[in-house]
Every structure is written in structure tokens, then in C-alpha cells.
Design a protein around this ligand. Structure first.
Ligand SMILES: Cc1cc2nc3c(=O)[nH]c(=O)nc-3n(C[C@H](O)[C@H](O)[C@H](O)COP(=O)(O)OP(=O)(O)OC[C@H]3O[C@@H](n4cnc5c(N)ncnc54)[C@H](O)[C@@H]3O)c2cc1C
Length: 391
């Protein structure tokens, strides 16, 4: 049975974009989906061979310019890649997704020519990754005011403190650290970003244990114990670090919205097929009950509407006209609608939904991350409401 998401994407996309989506979809079907249960049951991260296969396919370099070894594509390609892989597993999709949209993106947006030349070719090839060091144990939504500090000593900086929730830390060669550099500066002008090698003296990484979402994705805690870096480790301008971070997050939020829709697309197909195959009461399919149809139709409406909206936002992003509010809104809505409907989809499928091999419980758990990751939905509403409060 054809995937419902394919019908909508084919209508929304130019032929070459749809063909690209199909190529990643087919890769995910053959190289990822058959192994997921094993990886989950063994509690392992995405295996290196899979990371390499995604690298060979160019997935780590999609929107990176060709002059730096990338594919020269755009943000729509990245979001399509995320949806195609997230149909099976968000945690596999986020591996190249975060590497590109959070790791390479700040370099692309704010790096000097020397920084780009030094790092982008390896990042585009998936040979190594950058992680996005914004969140801290004591600073999540209040990310503009980091507790991690960088103190200037002559022509060097000394960084101290802890970052956490760092996606892809396991594979990272460098972390982009967002650190307080001017505590008396204006809000949003107190911090600076630094490119710090993970093997630098004083950097200590450990995987965060016990995470029951995005299970195949690496999530690290990174300690900085008086880590010295040169002045040219700064990414962007001094005391402009928060701007580097929030500019990066606009694109990242579109990617997260796409992950949510990938999960919703899976749930819709799973549920509508199950509702026709499962027979009860006179051996008739449960799909004949209006309440069951109601949930399936709601999923279908949500998928078509939000896909259309998301593809539109990707175009605005490429044109440089996507506002922070628009990126936040589409992320908030895709994640909450998909996760709310996922619970109903599980109810339609009954007890079998509880089993890992059925797949819905994985998407249920992973969709929670789309609600809090890259800005918790409730905190993002603070941003969305601002223009609404102007007279
Ligand atoms: C799997 C995973 C991967 C992640 N990867 C990364 C990464 O690679 N890099 C990185 O830097 N971070 C990463 N994060 C961190 C993520 O961005 C934060 O979890 C998120 O910003 C929320 O911060 P917090 O969890 O500290 O929640 P808090 O900031 O403590 O907020 C908790 C809750 O309080 C409420 N709240 C907080 N502030 C407001 C407000 N202003 N208005 C209304 N309500 C509010 C909301 O309900 C919110 O959900 C990741 C998180 C997860 C779960």
C-alpha cells in the first residue's frame, strides 16, 4: 500500500525533490528499518556502519555548499531526509539531522572562511560531527544566560562549566560552546560561541544514561574544566553568541517539525492498515466504526495540512524571510498534533500497540522530544505571543 505521505509530497514538490525524498525513503526501508528492533533491544546507538552509509549517501552534507564538499542542496532537502528516515526512526534521522542543522549550520552561517575550510568538508562527508552546546543542567529555556563561562586571559579564553543534552556527542570532534563572556551586557549580548575540540585538555564527555526517547541517538553531557582556547576559536562575533544560537535554531525547528510529521505519517499508515485487517464482531474490520474512522481522518487531515505548511516554511527559510515566530509555530503545532494523535492511533490498535515490533510505541516516545527539543513548546509560545500583544 502506498504511503499517504508520498501522495502529499509528490503533489507539493518539484520532481527532482520528490525523487531525492524517494531515494532516502528507499535507503531507510532497506538499510535502517530491518535493523531497528535489534538496535533497540540491544540498547545501542546508531552503529558506525550505518553512520558511514548515511555519509556515503551525502546525507551529512545536504545543504552544505559544493565548494566545501557538500551536496549544494537546501533546507527542504534536509527536512525531507528527516521525514523519510523518521518514518521508521527519529533517533536515526536526528543523527545526520542534528549534525547538519545544529552542528554544521552555525559554521555555515557565522564561520570565518578559515573555519569553514578547516571543518565543513569533513562534516559534509560525515567523517566527524560538531555538537551544539547550548543547554546546561541549570539553563534550558533560559538559554540566553549560560552558567558556563569563558574568561579572557591575554589572547586566550578559559572555559568552565557543563553542557548537557548534546546530541551526537559520541561522534563529535568539536562542540560549539555557548558561554557567558559579559555578565553585565544587555540581554542577548552577554555570551559568545567557541569552537572547542572534544579532545582538548579539560573536556570530559559522558553519554547521558537512562534516556528512553531517541534511544539510538547519542546524547552527551560535556564538562569543561578550565579549558583553554585561542581567540580565533570564537564563532561569530564576541558577545553575539546568542544570536549565533537562535539563528541556527530557526532551521533546526523546521527539522524537528519534519520528524514529528514522519512519525505521524507512519502512525497513519499503520493505523489505517490495521483497522482494515483487524476483525471483530461478526468478523468485520474495526475500520467500519465511525470513531475509528474519525481518528484516521484526523491524522490524514493533520498530515496534509502540516506538510503543506512545513514545505512553505522551508521555502521562506531559503528566501531568508522566515521569522522566528513562524519557525516556532510550525514546530509547536507539528509536534503537539502528531503526539496527541499518536496516542489515539495507539488506542485504535489496542494492546498490540504496546509491543516494540509494532512500532507505534517508539514513535510515541520519540514524539515527546519534538515537544521539548529545540525550545519547549510552552516556552516557544512566549515568543509567538509577542506580536499578538502589540496594539
Ligand atoms: C533528546 C534531547 C536532545 C537534545 N539535544 C540538544 C542539543 O543537541 N543541544 C542543546 O543545546 N540542547 C539539546 N536539548 C535540550 C533541549 O533544547 C531542552 O530540553 C529544551 O530547551 C528545554 O529545556 P529544559 O529541558 O531544561 O526545560 P526547562 O527550561 O527547565 O523547562 C521545563 C518546562 O518549564 C516550562 N517553561 C520553561 N520556560 C518557560 C517559559 N518561558 N514560558 C512558559 N513555560 C516555560 C515549560 O513547560 C518547559 O517544558 C535536547 C533535549 C533532548 C530531550
Amino acid at each position: 500500500m502506498a504511503r499517504r505521505i508520498d501522495t502529499y509530497l509528490q503533489a507539493l514538490l518539484p520532481d527532482e525533490k520528490f525523487a531525492f525524498y524517494e531515494s532516502v525513503r528507499d535507503f531507510a526501508d532497506s538499510e535502517i528499518a530491518p535493523h531497528l528492533l535489534d538496535w533497540e533491544r540491544q540498547h545501542i546507538l546508531v552503529p558506525d556502519a550505518c553512520v558511514q552509509a548515511m555519509g556515503d549517501l551525502g546525507l551529512f552534507g545536504l545543504p552544505i555548499q559544493e565548494q566545501y564538499g557538500g551536496q549544494g542542496g537546501d533546507h527542504t532537502d534536509l527536512v525531507l531526509m528527516g521525514m523519510a528516515i523518521a518514518y521508521h526512526s527519529q533517533s536515526v534521522a536526528i543523527t545526520p539531522g542534528a549534525a547538519v542543522s545544529l552542528g554544521a549550520k552555525p559554521l555555515q552561517l557565522c564561520g570565518t572562511e578559515a573555519q569553514k575550510k578547516a571543518h565543513l568538508p569533513d562534516l559534509a562527508a560525515g567523517k566527524r560531527m560538531f555538537v551544539f552546546g547550548l543547554s546546561e543542567p541549570g539553563r534550558g529555556s533560559d538559554a540566553a544566560n549560560p552558567e558556563v563561562t569563558a574568561i579572557r586571559k591575554g589572547d586566550r579564553w578559559v572555559i568552565s562549566g557543563e553542557k548537557c543534552w548534546s546530541t551526537n556527542a559520541h561522534w563529535a570532534s568539536h562542540v560549539v560552546v555557548h558561554a557567558l563572556t559579559d555578565k553585565n551586557g544587555k540581554n542577548g549580548r552577554r555570551s559568545t560561541c567557541f569552537i572547542v575540540p572534544m579532545d582538548q585538555k579539560g573536556v570530559h564527555y559522558q553519554e547521558m544514561k537512562g534516556k528512553k526517547v531517541w534511544e539510538q541517538s547519542s546524547t552527551g553531557s560535556i564538562m569543561f574544566d578550565n579549558v583553554e582556547v585561542p581567540h580565533d576559536a570564537i564563532l561569530g562575533a564576541e558577545n553575539d553568541g546568542f544570536k549565533v544560537m537562535v539563528t541556527t535554531l530557526n532551521g533546526g525547528r523546521l527539522f524537528i517539525a519534519g520528524l514529528a510529521l514522519g512519525s505521524l505519517a507512519f502512525a497513519l499508515d499503520k493505523c489505517r492498515i490495521y483497522a482494515e485487517e483487524r476483525t471483530q464482531f461478526d468478523n468485520q474490520p474495526i475500520g467500519r466504526f465511525q470513531r475509528v474512522q474519525d481518528v484516521i481522518v484526523d491524522m490524514d487531515i493533520a498530515l496534509e495540512r502540516n506538510l503543506t505548511w512545513l514545505m512553505h516554511c522551508c521555502k521562506l527559510f531559503e528566501a531568508g524571510t522566515l521569522s522566528r515566530e513562524q519557525a516556532a509555530k510550525v514546530k509547536v503545532d507539528c509536534s503537539r498534533v502528531a503526539s496527541d494523535l499518536l496516542v489515539q492511533a495507539m488506542e485504535i490498535c489496542g494492546g498490540v500497540s504496546c509491543f516494540d515490533e509494532f512500532g507505534l510505541i517508539r514513535h510515541h516516545n520519540d514524539l515527546f522530544v519534538t515537544r521539548v527539543g529545540e525550545g519547549s513548546n510552552f516556552a516557544l509560545k512566549d515568543l509567538i505571543v509577542r506580536p499578538l500583544r502589540q496594539a
